[in-house]
Design a protein around this ligand. Structure first.
Ligand SMILES: *Cc1c(COP(=O)(O)O)cnc(C)c1O
Length: 713
C-alpha cells in the first residue's frame, strides 16, 4: 500500500475494510474522533468520516497523538492483505484458484451493517472472518436488506414494536460492483411473471469478498424494488423471490465477475436454488444431460442445516414453484412437476410441498449439522429420505459451530491473553497448547480484568436504560433509579438471544417466590439482564418479552431485572463480556448449536445451560454449569417444569455458593478455577478457525476436487 497517503486517506481505507472490526486497536481510534457521534452512528466509521472534513480529522488526530497508531494499523492491514504465509496458502489446495462460495440469507459482521437477525447470520459473518484470517479463499453471497431486520422498541405495556428505517447505502462500507465498461452489474432472474433484477454490492471483509444483491433499482417495478428491503419480512411469495435471487441471482453475479467457484457452501437451505442454477450452467456450457449435470453439480456442493424441527424448513407449494422456477425448469429440460420431485421426501406424493432442505440434501456432496447432538436429531428427522438405510448410515455428519475469536474478545482480555498465550497466538487459536497459557495468569489479575469488564457492561446497561426510559417519557425519579440500579458486586446473570419460544426466555420465572428468594438473598443476591428480539409475526415470543418487561416493574424484582431493547452484536458484546454467568435454557434438543455461550467462554464468563447444542459436547463437569440432566420428555410442559426445578436447584446449591465463596483477599478462587477450565478446555475447540479448518479438510477440498460420487436414491 502507498505510504504517501494522508492520514485521512488511510482512515478511509481502514474504514472500508471490515478487517478493522476485529482489530482491538482500531475501535478506540475511530471512537476518539468523536465519541458521542461514534455511539449514535452505531460505530460506523464510514458515516463518521463523512461528517468530518479531512482538515478536522487531521487536527483531531494531531490533538490526540493518534498518528503513529493509525500508521501502524494501516501498515498491518497492508501486510495482512498481501501475506503469503497463511494456513490456507499451504492447506487449501485447489481453492487457491477456485474459491469457496459461501451462500447465506444473512451475514452478521458488525452492528453498523444490519443485515442479520441472529445466530445464523453471526455464524456466516464469523466464517468469512476466519476464512480471511486463515487465508482460505472464499466469496460470500447474500442479500442487501435496506431496512435490515427491524429496530426494536418496547411500548409502555412492554409490547415489542418494530421500526423500519432505510439505511443509507452511501454511509456503508460497500461499493457497487461494476462491469468492464464501468457500468453497475445487474443480474436478471426470470419468473413466469417477468424478470427480477438486482444490482450487486461488494464489501471487503479482510481478504474475503462479500457480494450482496439488492433489488432496489429502477429496472424493477415498485413491488420488486422492495423485495430485499427486509430480512425475513413479507409472505411466502416474498420469501421464494428472495431465495430465487439469492441462489440463482447469486451465481449469476459470480459469472458477471468471472469468479469460478471451487465449491458452493449453502449455509442453511435458503440458497438451495443455486444447485439448479449450477445444473443450468453445466447444461448450457457443456451440453450435458440433466441427470449428468445434476450428478456433477452436486459434487461441488456442501450444505449445512440448522433447523431441528420439521416446521422450521422453508416449504413452497406448486404454484409458487411454477411461477418462480418455471423458466429455469424450461432451460434445464424439466417440467415443474420434475422440479417439485427434487424438493420432496416422497417424490411421487402430489400433496407434498417443495422443501428447500430436501433439495439441498439431494443436491449436495456433504451435508452437515452444527453439533454432535444436532447431527443425531437431523439423521432421525431425514431418515425417510433414505428409507433403506439404518439411521447411522444417513449421510449427514456434523461440524460443530465456533465463533471468531478476535470479534468477540474484550480488548482487555485480548491484552491479557497476548501476554500469556505465546507469539502469534491469534494465528494458532485451534491449538490447545495456546489456551493452556491461561493457567499462568494470576487469579487476582484475571478477576480484576473481569470486574473491569463488568463495570463497563453495567455503565452500558445504565446508559441504555436511561435512554429507553426517556424515550418513553418516564419520570425523573424512574430515570434516576435506573441509572444506579444493579451493583458490580452482585452475581449477574445474562440472557440474550432471539426470543424464539423454544429458547424459553422466561424459564427462570417459573416459580416467582423461589426466584424472589434467590434474587433478594441479603447475603448472596442475584441480578438478571435480558435482551432479544421476537420475530415480528411471533406473538408468543413477544409475550415472553412483555412478561419480562412487566416483571422488571414488579416491586419484588425492581432494580434486579433489566431488559435492554434492540439486541444486536453491540449489545451482545457488552453483555457476554461483562456478566458473570451466561444463561441458556433451550428445550433440548431444539438448539442446533447455539454460539453466544462460546463467546462468553472466551471472556471468562461461565455458562449455565441445559445440555443442548454445543454445550452437550462441551460441558465436562468442571468448566461451567449444566442443568436438566440432558433429559427429553414427550410432554414439553413436564420437561419445562423439570428443567426449571433443576435450574433453581443448580443456582441455589452450586452457582451462587461458588460465586460468593471468597478468600481473605475477596477473590473467588473456586469460581476463577472454573473460568480458567472453561477457557482452557473450550477456547481451542469452539472457535471459527477450527470450524473453517474442519470444513476445508472434510468438505471443501473434496467438493472442489471431487470427480465421482454416488447419487442418493
Ligand atoms: C451470537 C449471537 C447470536 C446467537 O446466539 P445463540 O446463543 O446461538 O442464541 C444471536 N444474536 C447475536 C446478536 C449474536 O451475537
Amino acid at each position: 500500500m502507498d505510504a504517501t497517503k494522508t492520514i485521512y486517506e488511510k482512515l478511509q481505507i481502514l474504514a472500508h475494510n471490515l478487517w478493522w472490526t476485529w482489530q482491538p486497536e482500531l475501535d478506540p481510534i475511530f471512537r476518539a474522533l468523536d465519541p458521542q457521534r461514534w455511539r449514535e452512528l452505531q460505530h460506523n466509521p464510514v458515516a463518521l468520516l463523512q461528517e468530518l472534513t479531512p482538515e478536522e480529522v487531521e487536527a483531531r488526530v494531531r490533538e490526540l497523538v493518534l498518528e503513529s497508531r493509525i500508521n501502524y494499523a494501516y501498515r498491518r492491514l497492508g501486510e495482512y492483505m498481501t501475506a503469503t504465509d497463511t494456513w490456507g496458502a499451504t492447506r487449501s489446495g485447489v481453492l487457491q484458484v477456485r474459491p469457496v462460495i459461501y451462500l447465506a440469507a444473512e451475514f452478521g459482521l458488525h452492528e453498523s451493517l444490519p443485515i442479520y437477525s441472529g445466530g445464523l447470520g453471526v455464524l456466516s459473518g464469523d466464517v468469512l472472518k476466519s476464512a480471511s484470517d486463515l487465508g482460505v479463499p472464499m466469496v460470500g453471497v447474500g442479500l442487501f436488506y435496506s431496512q435490515g431486520y427491524f429496530w426494536q422498541r418496547l411500548n409502555e405495556d412492554g409490547w415489542q414494536v418494530e421500526e423500519y428505517i432505510n439505511v443509507d447505502t452511501s454511509k456503508l462500507p460497500m461499493d457497487a460492483v461494476l462491469d468492464r465498461d464501468g457500468q453497475p452489474v445487474v443480474v436478471q432472474v426470470d419468473t413466469r411473471n417477468g424478470p427480477i433484477y438486482a444490482r450487486v454490492w461488494r464489501i471487503q471483509v479482510g481478504r474475503t469478498l462479500l457480494l450482496l444483491l439488492d433489488s432496489n433499482i429502477d429496472a424493477n417495478g415498485p413491488e420488486d424494488r422492495e423485495l430485499t428491503a427486509r430480512l425475513y419480512g413479507g409472505d411466502m411469495r416474498t420469501r421464494i423471490r428472495q431465495e430465487l435471487l439469492l441462489g440463482v441471482g447469486g451465481l449469476r453475479a459470480l459469472k458477471a465477475l468471472n469468479i469460478d467457484p471451487g465449491c458452493l457452501h449453502l449455509n442453511e437451505g435458503h440458497s438451495a436454488f443455486a444447485v439448479l442454477e449450477l445444473v443450468r450452467q453445466y447444461i448450457h456450457e457443456e451440453g450435458r444431460s440433466f441427470e449428468d449435470a445434476f450428478r456433477v453439480a452436486r459434487q461441488h456442493v456442501v450444505f449445512t442445516t440448522h433447523t431441528p424441527v420439521p416446521a422450521g424448513h422453508d416449504r413452497f407449494d406448486y404454484d409458487l414453484i411454477a411461477e418462480h422456477l418455471g423458466p429455469l425448469a424450461d432451460q434445464i429440460g424439466l417440467s415443474v412437476e420434475d422440479v417439485m420431485r427434487l424438493g420432496r421426501v416422497r417424490p411421487e406424493d402430489p400433496n407434498e410441498p417443495f422443501c428447500m432442505t430436501v433439495l439441498a440434501l439431494k443436491g449436495s456432496l456433504r451435508a452437515n449439522a452444527v453439533s454432535a447432538l444436532h447431527g443425531r436429531v437431523t439423521r432421525t428427522m431425514w431418515h425417510p429420505l433414505w428409507p433403506d438405510r439404518s439411521e447411522d448410515e444417513i449421510p449427514i455428519g456434523h461440524i460443530t459451530n465456533g465463533v471468531h475469536v478476535l470479534s468477540w474478545l474484550a480488548p482487555q482480555i485480548y491484552r491479557l491473553y497476548d501476554r500469556y498465550f505465546g507469539p502469534n497466538w491469534t494465528q494458532r487459536t485451534s491449538d490447545p497448547e495456546v489456551w493452556a497459557g491461561i493457567e499462568e495468569v494470576d487469579d487476582g489479575e484475571l478477576w480484576e480484568v473481569h470486574q473491569t469488564l463488568k463495570a463497563s457492561m453495567l455503565d452500558f446497561v445504565h446508559r441504555r436504560l436511561v435512554r429507553q426510559l426517556k424515550r418513553r417519557g418516564a419520570s425523573q425519579e424512574e430515570i434516576a433509579f435506573a441509572s444506579r440500579m444493579m451493583q458490580p458486586d452482585v452475581l449477574t446473570i445474562g440472557f440474550a438471544r432471539r426470543f424464539a419460544t423454544y429458547k424459553r426466555a422466561t424459564l427462570i420465572f417459573s416459580d416467582l417466590d423461589r426466584l424472589d428468594r434467590i434474587v433478594n438473598d441479603p447475603e448472596r443476591p442475584v441480578q438478571l439482564i435480558f435482551s432479544g428480539k421476537a420475530h415480528p409475526r411471533d406473538d408468543a415470543g413477544k409475550q415472553l418479552i412483555q412478561r419480562i418487561a412487566q416483571l422488571a416493574q414488579d416491586p419484588r424484582f425492581r432494580g434486579k431485572i433489566a431488559f435492554i431493547e434492540d439486541y444486536d452484536m453491540n449489545v451482545a458484546r457488552h453483555l457476554l463480556q461483562g456478566v458473570d454467568v451466561w444463561l441458556n435454557n433451550p428445550r433440548r434438543p431444539l438448539e442446533a448449536s447455539g454460539t453466544s455461550g462460546q463467546k462468553a467462554v472466551l471472556n471468562g464468563v461461565l455458562n449455565l445451560s441445559t445440555l443442548d447444542g454445543w454445550w452437550a459436547e462441551a460441558y465436562d463437569g468442571t468448566n461451567g454449569f449444566a442443568f436438566g440432566k440432558g433429559r427429553i420428555h414427550t410432554n414439553p410442559e413436564i420437561q419445562d417444569r423439570n428443567d426449571a426445578l433443576d435450574l433453581y436447584r443448580t443456582l441455589e446449591r452450586v452457582v451462587v455458593p461458588l460465586y460468593y465463596e471468597r478468600d481473605e483477599d475477596g477473590v473467588p478462587r473456586g469460581w476463577i478455577e472454573q473460568m480458567k477450565r472453561a477457557i482452557r478446555t473450550l477456547g481451542w475447540r469452539f472457535n471459527a478457525d477450527r470450524m473453517v479448518r474442519d470444513y476445508v479438510e472434510q468438505c471443501y477440498l473434496v467438493a472442489a476436487g471431487a470427480t465421482s460420487c454416488q447419487m442418493p436414491d
